[in-house]
Design a protein around this ligand. Structure first.
Ligand SMILES: NC(=O)c1ccc[n+]([C@@H]2O[C@H](COP(=O)([O-])OP(=O)(O)OC[C@H]3O[C@@H](n4cnc5c(N)ncnc54)[C@H](O)[C@@H]3O)[C@@H](O)[C@H]2O)c1
Length: 255
């Protein structure tokens, strides 16, 4: 198995790509720490992993809160003795997030707190543990909108994911010499509750997005998580500071 015994913390592991990651990581032999702000969703993800014969534990944590981030890493170490990978996946994309000229400060701050500060805090507490072990893999989930302008703006979200990419590069440079690699995945639009809840109700919004997508469809959670498995595994031991843009070809499409 590709992740045999590896202890992986998955933030936002209760839904969408995080839940799929919990299931597929466990199927590859990982010992999974599902972390989520929603206890019900996180516990359900753990139950699904266990039902399939995998090993998992839940810790409730709001990634934007320092005490929760510290507690999340402590829980992983108490349960499984180490942290081999941190899958920084928790993120939000509120409907109130538009262009800078019509986005309120509260929305901006909330998005930054979860999407950018959340990654900072997870790394702040997981990296020292990894340095002590002499190995670890940080996997940061950004977004294709971090590297593209968008005529349907979500400026707080875009800026928060840009911060994730910049931080990824900085961490990759700082810690690789001591065995801790840091990489990012930038997904295109994926069929998860985060996107589909509102897109499914709006045929025009859906058509607008599919028109620009050479693959003609949205991605599926496992099509992102498979890259995460590679990054958590030793197969990626020389992969550091990379940003995997997995978007069906959207970002290479001029017309
Ligand atoms: N779905 C897409 O199209 C898409 C595209 C690019 C990037 N992403 C990114 O992928 C990641 C996962 O997205 P998804 O579509 O699976 O989302 P989702 O909404 O299905 O799941 C997100 C999970 O994060 C949890 N969460 C929210 N705020 C949290 C907090 N403060 N602390 C801890 N957990 C919290 C939620 O409870 C939920 O379980 C996000 O970072 C998102 O920005 C998604």
């Amino acid at each position: 198995m590709r992740l045999d015994g590896k202890v992986t913390i998955i933030t936002g592991g209760g839904s969408g790509m995080g839940k799929t990651a919990a299931e597929l990581f466990a199927r590859e032999g990982a010992r999974v720490v599902v972390s989520d702000v929603s206890e019900a969703a996180g516990e359900a993800a753990v139950a699904a992993v266990r039902a399939a014969g995998g090993e998992a534990t839940f810790v409730r944590a709001d990634v934007s809160k320092e005490n929760d981030a510290r507690g999340m890493v402590q829980h992983a170490v108490a349960a499984f003795g180490r942290v081999d990978a941190l899958y920084n996946n928790a993120g939000i994309m509120p409907e109130a997030d538009h262009s800078v000229i019509d986005t309120d400060v509260d929305t901006w701050d909330k998005v930054m707190a979860v999407n950018a500060r959340g990654v900072f805090l997870g790394c702040k507490y997981a990296i020292p543990q990894m340095l002590e072990q002499g190995s670890g893999s940080i996997i940061n989930i950004a977004s294709f909108v971090a590297i593209l302008g968008c005529s349907v703006p979500q400026d707080a979200y875009t800026a928060s994911k840009g911060a994730v990419l910049a931080l990824t590069r900085s961490l990759a440079v700082q810690f690789a010499g001591r065995g801790v690699r840091t990489n990012a995945i930038s997904p295109g639009p994926i069929e998860t509750p985060l996107l589909m809840d509102w897109l499914l109700k709006d045929e025009a919004a859906k058509a607008l997005r599919l028109n620009r997508n050479p693959s003609g469809r949205f991605g599926k959670p496992e099509e992102i998580v498979n890259v995460g498995i590679y990054l958590a595994s030793d197969e990626s031991r020389w992969t550091n500071g990379a940003n995997f843009v997995i978007d069906g070809g959207i970002t290479v499409n001029y017309f």
